[in-house]
Design a protein around this ligand. Sequence first.
Ligand SMILES: Cc1cc2nc3c(=O)[nH]c(=O)nc-3n(C[C@H](O)[C@H](O)[C@H](O)COP(=O)(O)O)c2cc1C
Length: 215
Amino acid sequence: MVALALGLALGASTLAQEGRASEVVDLPEPAMDGGMPLMEALSQRQSQRSFADREIEDEVLASLLWAGFGINRPEEGERTAPSWRGSKETDIYVARADGVWLYDAEANTLTRHIEDDLREMTGRQPFPADAPVVLIYVADRTRMPEAPAEQQYLYAHVDTAYVSQNVYLFAASEGLATVVLGNVDKEALAEAMALGENQILTFTQPVGYPGQAGD
Ligand SMILES: Cc1cc2nc3c(=O)[nH]c(=O)nc-3n(C[C@H](O)[C@H](O)[C@H](O)COP(=O)(O)O)c2cc1C
C-alpha cells in the first residue's frame, strides 16, 4: 500500500527540501521468528560480491531491515542492535533501481528520499550496481549530543558494524549474498543524497541473491 503525505519526509530529503510530496510505502510485517539456527548462520556467514539478476521480495526486505536495526522490544522501543547510550543514531537508507528510501523502524515503512538510482555510487568496485538493494548506513550526530565530535565519529562506525553484522547473519540464514563496504566515495555519495553536516555516512552494504561467481 502506498500512502502519500505532504511534508512527511524524514532526514535531509531532497524532495522535502523542494517542498514536494513525499512517498511513504508500508513494508510487510517482518518475520521475527524462524530462520536458521544461530550457530549454523555463523558457520555460513561470509562476504559475497556477485549478485544474481533477481529482486529481493518485499517480505524478505522487511525482515532484513528488521534484523538489521528493527524494534525487538516494542514497550521500550529498543532495537536488534546495540548503540552508544541507546542513541539509535544509525539510519538505514535503501538504494534500489527506483531511488533511495529511508527505513522507519517504528512505522515499518520506507520513505522516498531521492528518486535517482544511486547504486553505482555506493562502492568504488563495480559489483554494488548489480545488487537489487544497497543499504547505506548514515549516523545522525544530533542523537549523540553528549559525545565530542571524534567520539561521535567512532561510535557512528562501531554502531553501524553491529547493524551490518545482523544483516550478514540474516543474509546467511536466507541464502542471500552481502558484503559491507568501506571503499566508497563517501563525500560524493553524501552529496548525491543531500545529506546534512550532522550526518555521517559510515558504510554501505549491497544485498541480493548470489550470482554465478560465488564470491
Ligand atoms: C570495515 C570493513 C570494510 C570493508 N570494506 C570492503 C570493501 O570496500 N570492499 C570489499 O570488497 N570488501 C570489504 N569488506 C569485506 C572484507 O573484505 C571481508 O570481510 C574480509 O575479506 C573477510 O571475508 P569474510 O567476510 O567472507 O569473512 C570490508 C569489511 C569490513 C569489516
